[in-house]
Write a protein that binds this ligand. Structure first.
Ligand code: FEO
Length: 162
C-alpha cells in the first residue's frame, strides 16, 4: 500500500498548490477589505481557511500512507485587483487549475492501482465541482449587476453571510 515515489511527489506538489491557493485567496481578501467590500472579504477569508484545510487533508493522507511530507516553497501573491469581477475570474481560473491538477493525480493513482489514494482524491473531485460552480455563479451575478452600486452592496452583504 506504500505510496510510489511518483505519487508521493504528486501529492506533495498538491499540498503546495493548496497552500498557494490559500495565499492567492488571502491576497484577494486583503484587496476586497481595502476596497470596502467587507462581506466579500469575509467570504474570501473563509475560502482561504478552506484551502488550508485542504492542504492539511493532503498532509494527513500522505502521512497515513506512510509517505514523507515535504513543504515546498510557496510563491508570493498579489494583493491588488481592479474590481470584484477581476477577483472572481482569477479565482475561478485558479480553481480550474486545481481541478486539472487533482485529476492528473487521480489518473496516476488509478494507473498504480493505489485505491486508498483514489478514494481520497475522488472526494476532492466532488469538492472541485462545487468550488467551480460557486465561482461561476458569483461571476454571473456580478456581471448581471454591472455598474449598479446598490446591487453590488447587496451582493457584498449576501457574501458576508457565508
Ligand atoms: Fe483546494 Fe479550492 O481547491
Amino acid at each position: 500500500m506504500k505510496l510510489s515515489k511518483k505519487l508521493e511527489k504528486a501529492l506533495n506538489d498538491q499540498i503546495r498548490k493548496e497552500y498557494e491557493a490559500a495565499y492567492v485567496y488571502n491576497g484577494m481578501r486583503i484587496y476586497l477589505d481595502d476596497a470596502g467590500l467587507r462581506g466579500a472579504s469575509s467570504w474570501m477569508a473563509k475560502q482561504t481557511q478552506e484551502e488550508l484545510e485542504h492542504a492539511e487533508a493532503f498532509i494527513q493522507h500522505v502521512k497515513s500512507m506512510d509517505g514523507k511530507v515535504i513543504l515546498e516553497k510557496v510563491e508570493g501573491q498579489k494583493t491588488d485587483y481592479k474590481d470584484l469581477l477581476e477577483v472572481l475570474e482569477a479565482a475561478y481560473k485558479h480553481e480550474q487549475m486545481i481541478t486539472k491538477s487533482i485529476s492528473e493525480i487521480l489518473d496516476l493513482a488509478m494507473a498504480e492501482k493505489q485505491y486508498a489514494t483514489e478514494n481520497f482524491l475522488r472526494k476532492f473531485v466532488d469538492e472541485q465541482v462545487e468550488e467551480e460552480e460557486s465561482f461561476r455563479d458569483l461571476i454571473d451575478l456580478v456581471k448581471f449587476i454591472g455598474n449598479d452600486k446598490a446591487g453590488l452592496l447587496k451582493v457584498d452583504s449576501g457574501l458576508g453571510k457565508r
